[in-house]
Design a protein around this ligand. Structure first.
Ligand SMILES: *[C@@H]1O[C@H](CO)[C@@H](O)[C@H](O)[C@H]1NC(C)=O
Ligand SMILES: *[C@@H]1O[C@H](CO)[C@@H](O)[C@H](O)[C@H]1NC(C)=O
Ligand SMILES: *[C@@H]1O[C@H](CO)[C@@H](O)[C@H](O)[C@H]1NC(C)=O
Ligand SMILES: *[C@@H]1O[C@H](CO)[C@@H](O)[C@H](O)[C@H]1NC(C)=O
Length: 160
């Protein structure tokens, strides 16, 4: 299946963005320290243009096999979702939003904030090495054109 993918990740745009028609389904930037303990936070400003659907735009990589991820933030039909549900924000297209993901590895909890409001607190899914990724990663019922834009990305670790 042919897809048009575009992802840009702020300061990494020139080296990490991709644009074109690909047989592949992934265009992701990785921000990772391959962390295995502690409390880590991803902060970034995201933008998903109208039409992008069936796609993961941010993930916490790493979980207990066979699951690859501890968190996926997806877009289906204009809604921002935790995996295939629940809905985090019903209408997410065409606006910049601030996404904060706090991963407490030791307590096995993941919190997702949009514009500073807690949208979900989910359980961790195991794993021994994690990284944050953002971009586009085709899931199911994906649109031909998929894009997410990112800026102001920070990865923070809570001091002990
Ligand atoms: C994290 O793991 C990835 C995949 O194994 C590897 O490419 C990368 O170099 C590692 N990064 C660090 C900082 O260890
Ligand atoms: C997509 O959203 C539109 C507008 O909210 C709605 O009419 C339509 O039924 C939705 N389609 C699916 C497959 O959820
Ligand atoms: C988030 O905040 C931005 C800037 O204030 C606003 O444009 C956007 O609509 C907000 N989105 C959500 C889902 O709260
Ligand atoms: C994918 O599309 C099919 C057919 O329109 C629909 O039945 C199914 O619920 C959709 N799945 C998701 C995850 O949106």
């Amino acid at each position: 299946m042919l897809r048009l993918l575009l992802c840009s990740c702020g300061f990494l745009a020139s080296s990490s963005s991709s644009f074109g028609s690909f047989a592949t389904s992934v265009c992701f930037c990785r921000f990772g320290y391959n962390y295995s303990s502690g409390v880590w936070q991803f902060e970034g400003y995201g933008y998903v243009p109208y039409g992008t659907s069936g796609v993961c735009i941010m993930q916490v990589f790493g979980a207990s096999a066979p699951r690859p991820t501890t968190l996926m933030v997806r877009v289906y039909n204009g809604s921002l979702m935790y995996y295939k549900g629940p809905v985090l924000v019903p209408n997410i297209y065409d606006q910049w939003f601030r996404l904060n993901v706090v991963h407490d590895v030791d307590s096995a909890k993941v919190k997702v904030y949009i514009n500073g409001t807690l949208k979900i607190e989910a359980d961790g899914r195991g794993g021994t090495s994690h990284a944050f990724k953002c971009g586009v990663y085709a899931q199911n019922n994906d649109s031909y054109y998929m894009e997410s834009r990112w800026k102001g990305i920070k990865v923070l670790k809570k001091c002990d």
